[in-house]
Design a protein around this ligand. Structure first.
Ligand code: IPM
Ligand code: MG
Length: 372
């Protein structure tokens, strides 16, 4: 029996292309694993009105972890229009399967390393090495939303918070509400993961990125919790920065920062910014990590216009594969893979279009595999 069972979830668009690239390096590394293909993505939305079918959930339960490509996500109306005619008008609502997967499997930590590999012509500056820890299941992406805004909910809110009265003259169908739900556990877990990682890797600071001067309760809870957690890590400094200022500082002095920890939506936004500092989404890997399951995926989307053309940079996917190996405990293999990727970047020979080259996704993967 192979040592690991890995769910293989290409999804759609360029997810399929970059997963093939991951397959090339995993074959070369000879990881002792069985890969089991799972159905997820736009195809299954169109034909089953469910982009994350139950059989796929079952597959995840039977595997050690999953490697995931990308999935197309469209807003509500566009998604409904894409359903096969038999499924239209039945009230099916598209919810991003990756957001569901993170919540249903409690993959509470989204870890997104952004490192400027030497020789990458797309680096904004040399020496950038930031890891974003994004809370992955709560906050503004909890999915608790209202439209039209029910009178009962409005009354209840008004009873407990007089600020709601300001909206009295807006009819129910002219107000949309999304709740930002942060829990103490959620805040404590994400901050602890950030500090644990800092300690393990010898990093000196953790920056909590929020907006407690305006969102006193939700951002306040995150910052207060960060202060409590920080007390157990005397060797590591806790810095506190507001999200708006953080975006400015990251452009001005990106090498000052090491680890950022933040809530779900701020993390979504700031991790794209950090990705661009090190070459864009083609270099941004991520791990969705829970207590006993994890899903590794490049941060980029499905880029439908490039689907099947093997044009996009597979490095984000290969770095996600490296993270997976580390999480499985195959750290040596993971380090070998990262070194091979860094070599290919430094050698300036085999490059996809974003880096000024004309090689395909698979040629980049072959070049990495050749160095393993
Ligand atoms: C990401 C993506 C997703 C998110 C989308 C595709 C739902 O932007 O992983 O950062 O918002 O989390
Ligand atoms: Mg995003």
């Amino acid at each position: 029996m192979p040592k690991y069972k890995i769910a293989w979830l290409p999804g759609d668009g360029v997810g399929v292309d970059v997963m093939e690239a991951a397959g090339i390096v995993l074959d070369k590394l000879n990881l002792d694993a069985e890969y089991i293909q799972g159905d997820i993505g736009w195809e299954f939305w169109k034909t089953e009105a469910n982009p994350f079918p139950d059989r796929t959930k079952e597959l995840l339960r039977q595997t050690d972890c999953a490697l995931f490509g990308a999935i197309t996500s469209l807003p509500k109306q566009e998604a409904e229009a894409a359903l096969i005619p038999e499924l239209q008008g039945k009230g099916h609502i598209y919810v991003s399967p990756i957001v569901r997967l993170r919540q249903e499997f409690n993959l509470r930590t989204n870890m997104r390393p952004c490192k400027a590999y030497p020789g990458n012509p797309l680096n904004y500056r040399d020496g950038i090495d930031i890891v974003v820890f994004r809370e992955n299941t709560e906050g503004l992406y909890s999915g608790v939303e209202f439209y039209p805004f029910p009178d009962e909910v409005r009354e209840a809110v008004k009873k407990h918070n007089s600020k709601m009265a300001r909206f009295d003259h807006h009819p129910a169908d002219e107000i949309a509400v999304t709740l930002r739900i942060n829990t103490k556990t959620g805040c404590r877990d994400i901050v602890t993961d950030a500090f644990e990682y800092a300690q393990k890797t010898g990093r000196k600071s953790v920056t909590v990125v929020e907006k407690p001067n305006v969102m006193r309760e939700t951002s306040g809870l995150m910052v207060r919790t960060a202060r409590e957690v920080a007390e157990s890590y005397p060797g590591i400094e806790l810095w506190e920065t507001n999200i708006d200022a953080m975006c400015m500082w990251l452009i001005k002095n990106p090498t000052d920062y090491s680890i950022l920890v933040t809530s779900n939506m701020f993390g979504d936004i700031v991790s794209d910014l950090c990705a661009q500092l090190v070459g864009g989404l083609g270099f941004a890997s991520s791990g969705n990590i829970g207590d006993d399951y994890a899903v590794f995926e490049p941060t980029h989307g499905s880029a439908p216009k490039y689907a099947g053309r093997y044009k996009v940079n597979p490095i984000a996917m290969l770095l996600s594969t490296k993270m997976m190996l580390g999480w499985l405990g195959e750290t040596d293999m993971g380090d070998r893979l990262e070194n091979a990727i860094a070599d290919v970047i430094r050698e300036e020979k085999v490059r996809t279009y974003d880096m000024g080259g004309s090689n395909s996704s698979l040629e980049v993967a072959e070049a990495v595999a050749a160095r393993l």
